[in-house]
Ligand binder design. Sequence first.
Ligand SMILES: O=P(O)(O)OC[C@H]1O[C@](O)(COP(=O)(O)O)[C@@H](O)[C@@H]1O
Ligand SMILES: [Mg+2]
Ligand SMILES: [Mg+2]
Length: 335
Amino acid sequence: MSKVVTLQEFIMEKQADFPFASGELSRLLYDIVFASKVVSRDVRKAGLVDHILGAQGNTNVQGEEQQKLDVVADEQFIHVFKNGAEVCGIASEENDDCVIFDDEKGRNGKYVVLFDPLDGSSNIDVNVSIGTIFSIYRRKSEVGTVAVEEDFLQPGHEQVAAGYVLYGSSTMLVYTTGRGVNGFTLDPSIGEFCLSHPNMKMPEIGRIYAMNEGNIHICNPGIKKYVEYCQSDENQTGKPYSGRYIGSLVADFHRNLIKGGIYIYPATTNDPNGKLRLMYECNPLAFIAEQAGGLASTGFERILSVQPEKLHQRVPYFVGSKLMVEKALSLLEKE
Ligand SMILES: O=P(O)(O)OC[C@H]1O[C@](O)(COP(=O)(O)O)[C@@H](O)[C@@H]1O
Ligand SMILES: [Mg+2]
Ligand SMILES: [Mg+2]
């Protein structure tokens, strides 16, 4: 039987790759692992506990109705970041502004974390896979001072680590620190994430396209052309692709990472910047996609090069297998 490598061991091993590492990023990743286990527990018994399913009754800064599990997950992650000593502030989908930790521990934190505590909220009550997405940057402001907004508004290529947790048929955590992508599956019987998907590579081409086709008539005509191309046998594989849209970005992305495929959430006449948020949905998954050999674009710009202006800004999103994203972009009409 091959040796089981736990995520804890893996993080420690990889820390050795960074000669000057002081262990803070490793400890921050441990905090994320801990919070993921707690949220996974809550997700798995959501139907049994009355305070977890359904709407919270508030509207978040996105104008979306908050689900109870959005808030439960948000509070759980903020709790571990605040109690750790590595983070000087966070930003999340469920908080209007950055949450700055201005106590002594917080001021000495080296990192900021931006996260989507619960991705795929529309699928919570119907027991379809959902997730958490996180993005980590080294602060720009001086350690020992109170963090500022500039610490958060950094382009995606500055990320030091990024990843997601998928609460699906099993709970998985997939992350990168810029040296490849690795996936770990939670073994509930021992409460450990174990290495199950080492050195993940996104196939250059797949046969799956994922898009909410309800938007097909209100977006760039090139996207309609691309979907028709996917549905024809004139595409790169000679057979029509399959349409698969889970409606949880993390789950659609994870499937494409393993099998090859493309996910598109374009700009539409209703949402000229698309729906997905640059800082805690698009950037972290773009980092993983590129580290696994895939591509991520707004349609006209590499996602990781976009200079952020606002915490909750949205961008059009094309992410997935290299040859499929290149083809989709080639059909876009100039705006
Ligand atoms: O319902 P739509 O418009 O297709 O949007 C679905 C997309 O919106 C999201 O649910 C947005 O994320 P949140 O659930 O975190 O708000 C994505 O996970 C998903 O891909
Ligand atoms: Mg989301
Ligand atoms: Mg969310």
